[in-house]
Ligand binder design. Structure first.
Ligand SMILES: [Zn+2]
Length: 483
């Protein structure tokens, strides 16, 4: 029995009037937002999507058969949905980086009908999710599947990426965005990746079934374990993609993001029953993996010679990261967050801990497969950043110039730096500033902000310079150079 049947006709009509005014208010609010404030055109498309759902709700035919209390209940939570669009504003988002990322995004999803918009959230984290699916779920109490399909018909799937507002001043943390892209790319390559993951996890899965004998729980356990391993594998995939694209700067960003967390803890969030389910390898394991992918050891050895004339110490943070990423640690441990504290959970934790070495081995084998696959698909996107380029950019930052040009002995014109090199210089500059922070240094925040502004300028000018690099008179006849 629907809630509606308990209402008198007068109350029902009154409630519908309220619903109509709420819908109208939301649509007016959306229409009033200035699209020149949206970081990318995809926000406009997301706004259209919500508006299309709302306009269907205003339809007279729909209202005549609507269950008024259910509709009202859904509309009361509308601000949650509108916040995505409200928080997609250039005031809060570092636009030059987003512009660069848009180019990268287009190449990663080439051939697929997918769009992405950016918004900020107060959470100290970066996340990506399908906005199309979010909106679908949001309205699933008031529309049938057929009605939802009509709205989505012919529209590209829209994803949304949340940037941490709290990290807004910390530009190198934008490196985490590429990890989030990875979650979308994983869904696009899922068939190949699952095939490889299944092969690598086969032994573990049969161990899992065996651990539960032929009990009724064995099937459930195998499904749970398969899901947890798939999620761990997905995190490794995203880390590898980000490390291939951003190199050392991604390593630095992950290291910083993990400050305050237990570096040796593997976390599996409850995969059933909870609204949020997730699984992450330990920071230590992730740093080890990323160090291997971007050959951090070699970078460090070369940097020790290259950086010797710079004022600040930039190699200290790199050796610290590599040391933390030593995954031979026996301190590593698995935890399951959420779910009931029962025997079943205890058994799952026990299995993960007893098999942690095998899980790590399987993930490393899977990561090898991922590297091959990514190299075959996206090799053009992977820039090799060497310490001599980073040295030139750090030198500029120390002299308070934007880190946008790689010049020989400060001679013009110099080559525009690629964004991976800018990110790396900026990340190392900041890490070094933070590590050498003195509690009585009142200028610290100002210096920090200056470094952020220099980095943004570098992204902007280097982007323009790269486009015209081949047209520079001094570069004629040399052909396109890969930096
Ligand atoms: Zn992730």
């Amino acid at each position: 029995m629907s809630k509606d049947s308990n209402l008198s006709n007068e109350s029902r009509i009154g409630l519908l009037a309220k619903c109509v005014s709420l819908i109208d208010r939301a649509r007016t609010h959306l229409a009033e937002l200035d699209n020149s404030q949206f970081p990318t055109p995809a926000t406009d498309r997301a706004r259209d999507l919500i508006d299309e759902y709302l306009s269907k709700l205003q339809d007279r035919d729909y209202l005549e058969r609507a269950d008024a209390p259910i509709l009202y209940e859904a509309l009361l939570t509308l601000p949650r949905l509108l916040e995505f669009i409200d928080n997609s504003n250039v005031e809060e988002i570092a636009l030059p980086i987003v512009k660069l990322y848009q180019k990268l995004w287009m190449k990663l999803v080439e051939g697929h009908s997918i769009e992405l918009f950016y918004y900020t959230s107060l959470s100290h984290n970066y996340t990506v999710e399908s906005f199309t699916k979010y909106v679908e779920t949001f309205f699933n109490s008031v529309f049938t599947e057929k009605e939802t399909a009509e709205v989505n018909n012919d529209r590209p799937e829209i994803w949304c990426l949340s940037l941490s507002q709290m990290e807004g001043e910390h530009l190198p943390m934008y490196a985490m965005v590429v990890h989030e892209f990875g979650h979308v790319v994983f869904t696009l390559l899922e068939d190949q990746l699952i095939f490889s993951a299944t092969r690598r996890f086969d032994e573990l899965l049969s161990r899992g079934r065996h651990a539960h004998g032929m009990s009724d729980e064995s099937g459930d356990f195998a499904t749970w374990l398969g899901d947890a391993l798939k999620r761990l594998a997905q995190e490794c995939f995203c880390d590898i993609l980000a490390a291939k694209i951003l190199g050392i700067s991604y390593l630095a960003a992950l290291y910083e993001l993990a400050w305050g967390n237990e570096p040796y803890e593997w976390i599996v969030s409850e995969l059933f029953g909870g609204a949020f389910s997730d699984a992450h390898p330990s920071t230590s394991f992730r740093l080890t993996l990323i160090s291997q992918v971007c050959d951090a050891g070699q970078f460090l050895r070369d940097a020790e010679g290259e950086f010797k004339d710079l004022e600040q110490n930039y190699t200290g943070p790199i050796s610290e990261i590599i040391a933390l990423g030593d995954n031979t640690s026996t301190r590593e441990e698995c935890t399951i967050l959420g779910g009931k504290e029962d025997k079943q959970k205890a058994k799952r934790i026990e299995f993960l801990n007893q098999n942690l070495d095998a899980i790590k081995d399987a993930l490393l084998l899977f990561s090898g497969d991922v590297e091959k696959l990514l190299t075959s698909r996206f090799n053009d996107l992977f820039e090799i950043v060497n310490p001599s380029q980073v040295n030139a950019l750090l030198d500029r930052m120390e002299k308070r110039f934007p880190p946008d040009l790689i010049q020989e002995d400060w001679k013009l014109p110099g080559k525009p730096a690629c964004y991976a090199a800018i990110f790396t210089a900026s990340a190392l500059f900041r890490l070094s500033q933070m590590i050498e922070f003195k509690l009585d240094n009142e200028d610290f925040i100002q210096e920090w902000r200056r470094a952020g502004r220099l980095t943004l300028k570098a992204f902007e000018s280097s982007d323009i310079a790269q486009e015209y690099w081949n047209q520079y008179p001094w570069n004629h006849g040399k052909g396109k150079e890969r930096r």
